[in-house]
Ligand binder design. Structure first.
Ligand code: CP
Length: 321
């Protein structure tokens, strides 16, 4: 693997999932694989899970990890080609990225979308410019439109639950991605990425439910059943993935904040004792109810803990590939 920006960089999802679960069983099995190698993790935006899990994963492989909060501590970067830099940006990525390529063996970057201009956000200019100019493998720690380490973790967690379920018959599980309310307009990355990975994995019946006007890009959802009827979608679900996103067509807006879309235990009754997932951080009692987050069907802690093994599997693949 030369880079990890989306599911398209992965040859075999199942192999990566197996590798992650093997690392979970034996975290230090490759403790010298990353010896004398260094990863630079650049954060243009806040993070807890991604930052810490990537650091731990690198450490488990014997690799040094240096975190740089560019958004708070670095020079303001310019990404546009041929920019006349008379505004607020101080350093062009064309100058910064090659230097980072000399300091590190792998570069990992987190950026968020502006949610102001869809074309700009969906061009993924920031991460593409780092790939173009750094000259070393680049890992997305979440980009403007996708969050592949989160989605790999989500597949790992689903597979882990299926593996541990004695009653699982081996048929395809039903996975439902449901929109949830939120007070702020959020990116579509997690939902886009989850849809892209579940579709590519191909081992589930996949349904997406959201209010009208919250359609995601077909580029990621193609292959899923899409409905505005949450109750119908939840029927017989095995896994329910909860996430808010802002509008894609009339870009970056909140059209509704209907609390009726928040998942409750009552809503879960018609499911197949569904397990509930969320990438975190979560707004309690806005996106997801306390009763679910604190109840036996929540996978959120297991899911967040699995971020380490997803990152370790990806780093391991890049280091060996
Ligand atoms: N899920 C996730 O990416 O969490 P952080 O924003 O804390 O990294």
């Amino acid at each position: 693997m030369k880079q990890f920006i989306s599911v398209n960089d992965v040859k075999q999802i199942d192999k990566l999932v197996l590798s992650a679960l093997a690392y979970k069983a034996n975290p230090f099995s490759d403790k010298v694989l990353g010896a004398n190698k260094r990863i630079g993790c650049l954060f243009l935006n806040p993070s807890m899970r991604t930052r810490l899990s990537t650091q731990i994963a690198a450490q488990n492989l014997g690799m040094e990890c240096i975190v740089f909060n560019v958004g708070q501590e670095g020079w303001a970067l310019e990404f546009e080609e041929e920019a006349i830099m008379s505004g607020n940006t101080v350093e062009h990525v064309k100058d910064a990225a090659p230097i980072l390529g000399k300091y590190f063996d792998i570069l990992a970057i987190r950026t968020f979308p502006s949610l102001k201009n869809r074309e700009d956000d969906y061009s993924e200019l920031y991460i593409k410019q780092f790939i173009k100019y750094a000259g070393i493998p680049v890992i997305s720690l979440e980009s403007a439109t996708l969050h592949p380490l989160q989605s790999l973790t989500d597949i790992i967690t689903i597979q882990e639950v299926l593996n541990s379920s004695n009653s699982w018959a081996g048929d395809k599980p039903k996975i439902v991605l449901t929109w949830a309310p939120h007070v702020k307009p959020l990116p579509q990355c997690v939902a886009n990425s989850f849809a892209q990975w579940v579709n590519a994995w191909g081992k589930a019946d996949f349904v997406i439910t959201h209010p009208e006007d919250y359609e995601l890009s077909e580029e990621f959802t193609k292959g899923a059943i899409i409905t505005h009827n949450q109750e119908e979608a939840l029927k017989d679900a095995d896994f329910v993935y909860v996430k808010n996103w802002s509008t894609f067509n009339d870009y970056g807006k909140i059209y509704t904040n209907d609390p009726g879309w928040m998942l409750t235990n009552k809503k879960l009754q018609p499911t197949n004792h569904a397990k509930v997932m969320h990438c975190l951080p979560v707004r309690r009692n806005v996106e997801l109810s306390d009763e679910i987050l604190d109840g036996p069907d929540s996978l959120v802690t297991q899911e967040a803990a699995n971020r380490v093994w997803a990152a370790q599997a990806v780093l391991g693949e890049i280091l060996t590939g």
